[in-house]
Design a binder for this molecule. Structure first.
Ligand code: NAP
Length: 279
C-alpha cells in the first residue's frame, strides 16, 4: 500500500482526501490518501520527512504552493512558468512539481468556449490566478484583466506573464471589477471571496446570459457570485468541478490511470452536504 496526502495550513476544509479515496476504492487500488496540516515554518521539513517515509505523491494547497515549488528538484513547464505547484510526485532524489490547476481551468472552460476568446476578467493574483492566466494563455485568449486587492501583487503577476509568455495583461483594483465584468466574456474568481467572506465583487447587474463564470471556491451553499450568475442566466461553473478536474489530473500523475470524475464529484458534493457548512 502506498500513501498520498494533501498538505495545507489549515487543512480541515479540504475535500481532496474524500475525493481521492473514492477514486482509489473504485479502481481497487490499495493506496490511501490523507490530510496533513503543516505550518509554513515546517513545510520544508514536512516534505523531506514524507519523502523519507516513502509517500508516493502529494497535493499542495494554501498557503504552500509557491514554497513547495522552491523545494521541488524538478518542475513541469507550467509549474516553472507559474512559480507554484499543487502536485508533487515522488522521484528517488526528491519531488517533481506540477500545477494541475492549469488543466483544471482548461477542462472547466473548454467545453463551453467556441472560437477565439477576446477578454477575460480574473479576480485574484495568487497561485490560483496564476494557473488561470497560464491556462488562458494556452487557450489563446487575447486580453486578460486582473483585479486584485493588492495592486502590487497583481502587477508582479502581470509582469511575470508578459515577460514569460507575452500575455496581454492589464491590472485594475478589485473595486473596479464590477464595471470591467460587463466588457468580458469570462469571469474567473480566484479569491476566497464567497466562502469565508460571503460577498462578491460581481453582482447581477454586471452579468448577462452570455457570460461564463468560473468560481474556484467550493461550498455547499450557493455563493453570492453563483446567485448573481444564476439570476442572469450566465453559465456558472463551480469550484467543485475545478477541484475534480485538477484532482483527476493529479490522480493520473500519481497512479497512471484515469479516475472516474463523476464519482469523484459525487463524493465531494455529498461530503460538503454532510459537513453542512460552507467551504
Ligand atoms: P492565494 O495564493 O493565497 O491567493 C489568494 C488571493 O485571494 C489573492 O489574490 C488575495 O488578494 C485574494 N484575497 C484573499 N482574501 C481576500 C479578501 N478578503 N478580499 C479580497 N481578496 C482577497 O490563494 P490561491 O491558491 O490563489 O487560492 C485562491 C482561492 O481559490 C482559494 O479560495 C482556494 O481555495 C481556491 N482554489 C480552488 C481550487 C479548486 O480546485 N476549486 C483550486 C485552487 C484554488 P491579495 O493579493 O490582496 O492578498
Amino acid at each position: 500500500m502506498a500513501l498520498l496526502a494533501v498538505i495545507g495550513y489549515p487543512i480541515s476544509h479540504s475535500a481532496s482526501p474524500v475525493m481521492h479515496n473514492a477514486a482509489l476504492r473504485a479502481l481497487g487500488l490499495p493506496n490511501r490518501y490523507i490530510a496533513i496540516e503543516s505550518h509554513p515554518e515546517t513545510l520544508q521539513k514536512t516534505l523531506k520527512t514524507l519523502h523519507k517515509l516513502g509517500f508516493k505523491g502529494l497535493n499542495i494547497t494554501i498557503p504552500h504552493k509557491e514554497a513547495a515549488a522552491r523545494e521541488a528538484v524538478k518542475l513541469s513547464e507550467e509549474a516553472e512558468a507559474i512559480g507554484a505547484v499543487n502536485t508533487l510526485q515522488r522521484l528517488d532524489d526528491g519531488w517533481v512539481g506540477y500545477n494541475t490547476d492549469v488543466e483544471g481551468v482548461e477542462r472547466c472552460l473548454s467545453p463551453h468556449v467556441e472560437g477565439r476568446l477576446n477578454r477575460v476578467l480574473v479576480l485574484g493574483a495568487g497561485g490560483a490566478a496564476a494557473a488561470a492566466l497560464y491556462a488562458l494563455w494556452r487557450m489563446g485568449v487575447e486580453k486578460v484583466i486582473v483585479a486584485n486587492r493588492s495592486r502590487e501583487r497583481a502587477e508582479v503577476l502581470a509582469k511575470r506573464f508578459r515577460d514569460k509568455v507575452g500575455l496581454n495583461v492589464r491590472v485594475i483594483g478589485l473595486e473596479e471589477a464590477s464595471r470591467e465584468a460587463r466588457s468580458v466574456e469570462i469571469v474567473i474568481n480566484a479569491t476566497p471571496l464567497g466562502i469565508t467572506y460571503h460577498e462578491s465583487m460581481i453582482g447581477p447587474e454586471d452579468l448577462t446570459k452570455h457570460h461564463i463564470v468560473l468560481d474556484m471556491v467550493y461550498s455547499n451553499l450557493p455563493t453570492p457570485l453563483q446567485r448573481a450568475a444564476i439570476s442572469t442566466d450566465a453559465l456558472y461553473i463551480d469550484g467543485v468541478k475545478m477541484l475534480v478536474e485538477q484532482g483527476a489530473r493529479a490522480f493520473k500523475i500519481f497512479h497512471g490511470v484515469e479516475p472516474d470524475r463523476a464519482l469523484m464529484e459525487r463524493a465531494v458534493r455529498s461530503w460538503l452536504a454532510r459537513r453542512g457548512v460552507p467551504g
